[in-house]
Every structure is written in C-alpha cells, then in structure tokens.
Write a protein that binds this ligand. Structure first.
Ligand code: NAP
Ligand code: F7E
Length: 369
C-alpha cells in the first residue's frame, strides 16, 4: 500500500497544528511549510518538532518557485492549503498582500501540482470560508447560497474558491473547498474576537486588566471547535468524488452572548447597559473589587468598514455525505475550554513574571551567581 504523504501550508496556524496532530495519528507522513521570520515563533507545533514523521520546510505562498520545488521534493498525496492572511480586519489595512497570499497563492499551489505532473495522484483541500456569504443573501447558509463577499479577505478567498473549481473541471483534478464557518480554540490567534474575550476575561478576573474594548457586539457567528473541524478537512479528501462542503455547527450566537458566557466561566456575572457605542458590560457579581465596575466597553476602533453580521451555517450535506457530527463540541463547551485554558495561562504567566522579578532582584543583590 502506498504511503499517505500530506503537505500542509499554514502548519504553524491554529488549524495547521490540529490537522498535523490528526494526520500523524492516522499514520501520515506530514510535511509543513514555514516561513522565515526574525523571531522563531512556532508555539503551536513545538510539541511535534522532532516527531519522526513530521517535517518542516521553508517556502512562502508568495514564492512560486519555492512551492514548485517543495511539491516536487515531497511528492504529496494530499495537500491542505491552509496558509492565509486570515484576519478580516487586517485585510482592509493590507489588501494587496491579502490578495497575493489568499487568492494568487491558491493558484500557485495548483500550478505547483501540475508542474510536477501530480494532478492525478495528489488531492487538494482549500481552506475556504463562510466570509464568502458576507452580506448574506439567505439564512442559514448552505452550499447553494449565493456569495456576496464583504471584505478584501473575502474577495481574495472567492478567487481561491473559483480557481479550485476551475482546475477541478478543466484538468479533472481532485480539488475541493471546505466552506468553514468560524472555528475557535485555545490555540486561536489572540486578536480574533473569541480569544480576545477569553484572555481578557481571565486577566480581568485575576486583576491583570481593567476593561475589554470590543467592536460590534450584535454580530452573529456560528462558532465551532477547531479540533472537530480538521477531521472534516480530511473527510472531504476521502470522499469518493471531489465536492465542496459547508462545515458549521448550525447554531448561532452574538459576540455579546460569547462575552457573557466567557465572563461567567471566569467567575464574573455581567449585565449589559446602553446601546451601540455606549453599551457597557457591568459586573453584577464576582470578585468584590469588581462589582459595579465596567469591564466591557465598545470602541469604534474595532468597527469594520463593512462587517459581516449574520453567519449561520447549514451542515446537512457534511453530516449526510461525510458522516461528520457538527455537534461534537457545543458552544457552551467551547467557551468553557477556552476560558479554562486562559485562566491557567494568565495564572502561569503571573508566576513566571514573579519568578523573573525575584531572580533579577537576587542577581542584583548578589544572592544568586
Ligand atoms: P491562522 O491561525 O491565522 O494561520 C494562518 C497560517 O498561514 C499560519 O501558519 C501562517 O504562518 C500562514 N501564512 C500566512 N501567510 C503565509 C505566507 N505568505 N506563506 C506561508 N505561510 C503563510 O489561520 P487558521 O485560523 O488556522 O485558518 C486556517 C485557514 O482557514 C486560513 O486559510 C483561513 O483563512 C481559513 N479559515 C479559517 C477559519 C477560522 O475560523 N479559523 C474559518 C474559515 C476559513 P505564520 O505562522 O508564519 O504567520
Ligand atoms: O470577528 C466582531 C467582528 O475577527 C468576528 C477568521 O478566522 O472567521 C474569522 O473571521 C466578529 C466580526 O472573525 C471585535 O466585527 C466585535 O463581526 O473573530 P473575528 P471573523 O471576521 O469572523 C472567518 C470565517 C474566517 O474565514 C477568517 O479567517 O466579531 N467583533 N468586536 C470583533 N472582532 C475582532 N477581531 N475584535 C473585536 O474587538
């Protein structure tokens, strides 16, 4: 039997790290693309480095030759194209870079496969997104819902979606898009709204931060757990024919609801007062020093020029055709997992900082050599 060899772009990201673990556990040889930066920051995959079947290579989504050479060297049987400038708000500040990586980058991967004559042996998964529905034209959204991208990120991802479909039809390649709705975890980047909230709730509960500033509290998202979603990426490539799938939980909540529950798990009950930019989250019960204080406020700095406000996925096709369970981890469990992790992280960071301060003091006093 031939060996399963996966190449993951975006291996250092939230999804790349969970997918690597998932594929290694299935016996795959896993290769990941990393890019050079002045500080080596590979926290999410540090525990995998040194694992016999796990290999990292330098390449960049903006550099065709690096991708062509790497695909030729690795000879993957499956490519998971997860690399992207994935922050919607940042795409308004860096639209050209976002287009290069998130749109043309997909084309570069497809062409790297064709250049190496692997189009009949290598399947490709493209990390597509619910942001394609953007200014939504129906709720909930399924595979037939029209797209209406509403940010430079979404417009770039729309190109990725269509070029995957085009190569599937033009060259008979097994390439598919997973249209994934928001998925979060304790490894989520700290500027996405869920992680920003869980970290702030933990810091506020432990006296390390006074107030959390957010943008649109009414925004609705269908939030799932990233660990559950990587299984679906693999299932899409194991399906008997190449097709696109919506991956979502089918349950929708506001940013305000996420914050209320996150603070609850951090031991703080909130009540909400005011509207729009004047809305505030005030502590009703919790640590005595916080009762009556405003710990959540709205800042226009986090409003977007165009915001996607009503995402709600219909995962029926993935459930019926892939046998995937969209309810493995509930919204309530997801928030609890993230807050528990961040409560422990904030406490550990505090201990580490006290130890550093003490050590500096001991060194200064000549107590430690
Ligand atoms: P993430 O944590 O932001 O990870 C993005 C990855 O892309 C990182 O490994 C990053 O590398 C890499 N990358 C960025 N630019 C690159 C370049 N020029 N060359 C090579 N690598 C580059 O994103 P994620 O949440 O895991 O999401 C994975 C994919 O799914 C993305 O394509 C995202 O757009 C898409 N998606 C995510 C969600 C979600 O809710 N998480 C939903 C739908 C779709 P560095 O570590 O070096 O920055
Ligand atoms: O925003 C609102 C914000 O940045 C969610 C990416 O993984 O999922 C992600 O994109 C909502 C938006 O994620 C703040 O306006 C309020 O309506 O967590 P987010 P996103 O934009 O949905 C999709 C599916 C992807 O494909 C992307 O790669 O929350 N919001 N206040 C805020 N958002 C942030 N970041 N920060 C705030 O303070």
């Amino acid at each position: 039997m031939s060996k399963n060899i996966a190449l993951i772009t975006g291996v250092t990201g939230q999804d790349g790290s969970y997918l690597s673990e998932f594929l290694l556990a299935k016996g795959y040889e896993v290769h990941g693309i990393i890019r050079r930066s002045s500080v080596d920051f590979r926290e999410r995959i540090a525990h995998l480095e040194g694992t016999p079947n796990f290999h990292l290579h330098y390449a960049d989504m903006g550099d065709s030759m690096s991708l062509v050479k790497l695909v030729g060297k690795v000879q993957p049987t499956e490519i998971y194209n997860l690399a992207a400038q994935s922050h919607v708000q940042v795409s308004f500040d860096a639209p050209e870079f976002t287009a290069d990586v998130d749109a043309v980058g997909v084309l570069r991967v497809l062409e790297a496969v064709r250049t190496n004559h692997l189009e009949k042996t290598c399947k490709i998964y493209q990390a597509s997104t619910s942001e394609l529905y953007g200014k939504v034209e129906e709720v909930p959204q399924n595979e037939k819902t029209p797209f209406h991208p509403y940010s430079p990120y979404a417009v770039a991802k729309l190109y990725g979606f269509w070029i995957i479909k085009e190569y599937r039809e033009a060259y008979d390649m097994f390439c598919c898009s997973g249209i994934l709705f928001n998925h979060e975890s304790e490894r989520r980047g700290e500027t996405f709204v869920t992680r920003k909230i869980t970290l702030a709730a933990a810091r506020i509960a432990q006296g390390k931060q006074e107030c959390l500033y957010l943008g649109n509290l009414d925004s609705l998202r269908d939030w799932g757990y990233a660990k559950d979603y990587v299984e679906c990426m693999w299932l899409i490539l194991q399906h008997d024919k190449p097709e696109d799938f919506v991956i979502a939980t089918g349950v929708q909540h506001t940013v305000r609801e996420f914050a209320t529950l996150a603070f609850h798990h951090a031991g703080i009950e909130l009540r909400w007062e005011g509207e729009g930019v004047n809305e505030k989250g005030i502590v009703v019960s919790g640590p005595a020093a916080l009762v009556g204080k405003t710990v959540v406020a709205v800042s226009e700095d986090f409003y977007r020029p165009t915001d996607v406000v009503n995402l709600w996925g219909d995962p029926t096709k993935a459930k019926n055709e892939l046998g995937w369970n969209p309810q493995t981890t509930s919204f309530e469990q997801l928030v609890q997992i993230m807050v528990k992790h961040d409560m422990e992280k904030v406490a550990a960071d505090h201990v580490a900082s006290v130890m550093r301060t003490n050590l500096a003091e001991y060194l200064e006093k000549g107590l430690v050599k």
